[in-house]
Design a protein around this ligand. Structure first.
Ligand SMILES: Nc1ncnc2c1ncn2[C@@H]1O[C@H](COP(=O)(O)OP(=O)(O)OP(=O)(O)O)[C@@H](O)[C@H]1O
Ligand SMILES: [Mg+2]
Length: 255
């Protein structure tokens, strides 16, 4: 479990995160949603230590990341898998080298052990016989899978995904979401994913946090978001006028 306690973050005079309190649960897909520019990425970066918080705590199973020294942080980072936006694969490396990268950086595994782990992770994301391809030879959906394989190569306790299904067609997006969910449940990972996609919220959002103006505006599960009465949440969920009309006609019918 990851707990965020009273986190504040400013850039110069501009305060981006206001007193954020939240909890991301173990073995669940926890989502961070909200409109553009509201602070989702800044919050995720503060949690994984890519940005320093101004005040507050980030507890990884009770271990406060913010007060750790460099070597303690390095150890904890080994427990965190990250899938970056756009997959962020190394273009000059093969698929195998990409997935192997964290193992070469952070472990003392032999080449044979690393190869075995790479094959296991690629198999887990349903990719076979792609080891020697380069990212440019792979489709967008394949690249996401490779990114996921790399993110789980170190058997992480915590998995962060920045827009795991962006840029994919709706069907492939659902398949990638399903994969994130399966891996989370199978390995009991605390997964945190940023998304704009309402499909993802409904399909995989066990616990969803809605950020608005840098504040934890609303939090709940996939069922409660559909019926949330909070105006900003409503605006996000039913973004188009058409969907708003459908919602109000359903409500009218119920009366
Ligand atoms: N390094 C930085 N320096 C200054 N301001 C920043 C920095 N990073 C983010 N911001 C500001 O913080 C605010 C929140 O940005 P953030 O990237 O968290 O938005 P977001 O919710 O992830 O949006 P999107 O959905 O578009 O990715 C924005 O106003 C942005 O300009
Ligand atoms: Mg962002």
């Amino acid at each position: 479990m990851i707990e965020v306690v009273n986190v504040n973050k400013s850039f110069g005079p501009k305060q981006v995160l206001h007193d954020i309190n939240t909890r991301f649960e173990k073995g669940k897909v926890n989502l961070i949603i909200g409109q553009s520019g509201q602070g989702k990425s800044v919050l995720a970066k503060c949690i994984v230590g890519l940005l320093e918080v101004d005040s507050g705590q980030v507890l990884f199973d009770q271990r406060d990341f913010c007060t750790m020294d460099r070597s303690q942080r390095k150890d904890l980072r080994k427990e965190i898998g990250m899938l970056f936006q756009g997959s962020a694969l190394f273009d000059s490396m093969t698929v195998e080298q990409n997935v192997m990268f964290p193992l070469t950086m952070f472990t003392k595994m032999t080449k044979k052990e690393m190869k075995k782990q790479v094959d296991f992770c690629l198999d887990r994301v349903n990719l076979k016989n792609v080891n020697h391809l380069y990212p440019s030879e792979c489709s967008g959906g394949m690249q996401k899978r490779i990114g996921i394989a790399r993110a789980i190569s170190m058997n992480p306790k915590y998995l962060f995904c920045d827009e795991p299904n962006s840029g994919l067609d709706p069907k492939t997006a659902i398949i990638i979401d399903g994969l994130v969910r399966e891996i989370t449940y199978e390995y009991n990972i605390t997964t945190v994913a940023i998304t704009h996609d309402m499909n993802s919220v409904i399909e995989i959002g066990d616990n969803t946090m809605f950020i608005h103006e840098g504040r934890n505006w609303w939090q709940g599960d996939r069922k409660s978001i559909i019926t949330a009465e909070n105006p900003e949440v409503l605006n996000f969920v039913y973004a188009s006028e058409f969907m708003k009309e459908i919602r109000s006609s359903i409500q009218q019918n119920r009366k």
